[in-house]
Design a protein around this ligand. Sequence first.
Ligand code: ARG
Length: 587
Amino acid sequence: MTTLAEQLSTLVGAAFIAQDLPAELGQVQISGRPDLAPFQCNGALAAAKLAKRSPREIAQQITDAIKADPLITQISIAGPGFLNIIPADAAYAVQANALLGDVRCGATQTQTPQKIIIDFGGPNVAKPMHVGHLRSSVIGDFLQRVARFVGHEVVSDIHLGDWGLQMGHLITELQDEQPDLPYFDEGFSGPWPAQPPVSLDDLSRLYPQAAANAKADEARMSRSRKATSALQAGRPGYRALLGHFIAVSRAGLETDFNALGVHFDLWKGESDVNDLIPDMIENFKARGVTEISDGALVIHVAREDDKKKQPPLILLSSEGSALYGTTDLATILDRNNKIAPDHTLYVVDQRQGQHFEQVFRAADKAGLMAENALEHIGFGTVNGADGKPFKTRAGGVMRLSDLLAMANTAARARMVEAGIGEGMGEEVLVDIARKIGLAAIKFADLRNQRLTNYVFDMDRFTAFEGKTGPYLLYAAVRIKSILRKAHDQGLQSDTIKPEMTEEKMLVLALDSFDAALHGAWAKRAPHILCEHVYELAQAFSRFYAACPILPEKDEAKRSSRLALAKLTLHQLEIGLDLLGLEAPERM
Ligand code: ARG
């Protein structure tokens, strides 16, 4: 279906064509001055320059040409030649009922579906997740939901960090604690014990311990490095340990991501592509794209017109280890073989921007993948009230499970404050608090321009008023309650016939869903959809304040408004789902 703005653009565009002017000038937009008219077109001014004519004269001819069209009730010229357009009441009605009858509430699908890999989440085995991983998870999940809804085929991959120095740290630290385990015996060749030698708690203890020790002692660091190389070279005991570390870590991560409501198609990791690395490097060498620099094997990626100097991508360190960029290149190779994507998105902290620039250039230079098929979706940091990256009170990185627990507690406090929950069972309350807490955190993250930093403020995030996740849930819950009451009273909804200004404005808000959806996807900008859903909730609020629904005596009005409420809820629920939010039945 086409939006009212599009229909008007077609109409005005045709009038421009009739004057031998480009149709694009007839672009009609939602007006910046809704007090004058809901729509405007500024094309006459550009047309005047183009045709060296008076803008008012062009505007007058456009006006004369279309003023009788049934789509509009009034068109007037303001200032030097702006066109203000008021659609006909019937046009609102036709549009509203078309939206009502559309299962997608006006959202169109792409004409050019692609196969898209979204690489996001990216937690590291054994290392606790930090808020950067949370942002990646929330934004990445938004992108996968939107891309699918728009009609793309999406494969999401968590891309675990399970191949770097942290593995060497874990191995050596465990060896110091339990030297008798068979994994450290070079003469032992298996079979390896099926039971993991560590628990999740052990892992979270061992890693920071090892990292601190290695930082203080160069010899200790060197042991971790050597263990990392031995692991990468395939030492069987270490490989067996790695398997345990990944399995134990993954079990914990799955719990966390389930609680967050974020799901991945693939749980691959850096270690999965290790076996591809030797041949890949031979191939790069044969193509002549590698060089030796300070004992390391590198790919130069600097270009003449670079404003900032681009260091080379290191394929093999002087110790012969594969690094972060190496596994990323091998992962591209692996994905080409198994998935053959048209496009890949990497949703990772903006501070890794240079890394991705190196990887994309190297991939292109080495013939793996065209640079423009790879895209880094960066984002800013989450800061504490002190303006520094957000940490726990003890100064450590925040664990996802702790963060969710915090959000839950805050949500529960808000519910008590608002008197929500009287007469509800504990199970229901727990579920409502969970949904409010998640909505608070996710929406607070998505509503900002992706690249800006924001301050973590649980109090503000969980407020029931203002531009927050809980406010949006509340908006949906309120409509559900109206519809429930209508149902109990045996009231029916019927065709929509907008009469009041607030009704028409609500229809226009509903009608702008498609543009917000595609804008958010094209720009990889969650805040555009957040803005739309918030505007919709507000438009409903104004409508509800001005137009009684259940108490309305006129049956045609009442059933029209009921239908409008139904339509709003439907679109709101689609929008919430795309944002990864879930509304409870009551709150
Ligand atoms: N594990 C990495 C980190 O914690 C993020 C991985 C992002 N994805 C990628 N393909 N490099 O920083």
